[in-house]
Design a protein around this ligand. Structure first.
Ligand code: NDP
Ligand code: 8X3
Length: 254
């Protein structure tokens, strides 16, 4: 065994692809998400003995703390955290957004990440060995209509990761914020609350990033020599780029 990687959001998308990637490379896996059946499938696929599943809601602070505190001995020394659990809810302009959606995003993308990092970081520091991968987004770097609270949460993720680096200077614990653009996972299906047509339209006529693309990048980042810290990496599909400034014009005299 090479070491132990703790992956949140392991039931789908980037987290699931990372589980497969690290599993293939002979790592021991701790897989967390709410959907137990999906984690069980992955465990059966990768191998019972090297995979511990943690059916867990990262918004539940006590549950996250308890799960990390009670990791069985062979899984206690977590070397890598891939904190992929996260979501967007809605794409309405801020003035029409649902406040519950905003709270769900803050609770999951910000507070869930805080709980997970807070629980695992002391062990990494005491062993002087570790790597935290946070899942930011292009949405944390660049605004877009309807991104409002989601973009805000991902900007937090980016700044949190950078500030962790500042605190961890002098240790051998690395921190990397991965910042993907459009990638086809369950992300849009979740954002549009289970509407498959609306979700499919996001990727129509494009070749979006895939979950294995991101898993390759995560894997590469953590495989670099221990003195090399990739602080952040923004990555887009070749079919995505920035637009010009949006300018609102009204007829003269209005
Ligand atoms: P998916 O919807 O495919 O996966 C999201 C994962 O997060 C699932 O495993 C889900 O598991 C888990 N999750 C969501 N809420 C919770 C919760 N409360 N507790 C525990 N786990 C939770 O999307 P992606 O793989 O695309 O997204 C992964 C991360 O990447 C997210 O943080 C997302 O914001 C980010 N991202 C996605 C991009 C994209 O275009 N796809 C681009 C940039 C960033 P379950 O439902 O079983 O709990
Ligand atoms: C996911 C990418 O552009 O839908 O973070 O916000 S985007």
């Amino acid at each position: 065994m090479k070491g132990t990687v703790f992956i949140t959001g392991a039931s789908s998308g980037f987290g699931r692809a990372c589980a497969r990637r690290y599993g293939r490379e002979g790592w021991q896996l701790i897989l967390a998400a709410r959907r137990k059946e999906s984690l069980e499938e992955l465990q059966a696929e990768i191998g019972e003995e090297s995979v511990l599943i943690l059916p867990l809601d990262v918004r539940d602070r006590a549950a996250v703390i308890a799960a990390v505190a009670s990791l069985p001995q062979p899984f206690k020394k977590v070397e890598i955290l891939v904190a992929s659990a996260g979501l967007a809810q809605g794409l309405e302009p801020a003035q029409r957004a649902d406040l519950d959606d905003w709270e769900t995003m803050v609770d999951t993308n910000i507070k869930g990440l805080m709980y997970t990092v807070h629980a695992l970081l002391p062990g990494m520091v005491s062993r002087n060995r570790g790597h935290i991968i946070t899942m930011g987004s292009t949405a944390g770097n660049w605004p877009y209509p309807g991104g409002n609270c989601y973009g805000g949460t991902k900007a937090f993720v980016k700044k949190f990761a950078e500030n962790l680096r500042a605190d961890l200077l002098g240790t051998r614990v690395r921190v990397t914020n991965i910042e993907p653009g459009m990638a086809e996972t369950e992300f849009s299906l979740v954002r549009f609350k289970g509407d498959p047509e609306r979700s499919a339209r996001v990727y129509e006529g494009t070749q979006p990033l895939t979950a294995p693309d991101i898993a390759d990048i995560v894997w590469w980042t953590t495989s670099l020599p221990g003195h090399v810290n990739v602080n952040s990496m923004e990555v887009m599909s070749i079919d995505q780029a920035w637009g010009p400034y949006a300018i609102h014009r009204e007829a003269k005299g209005d």
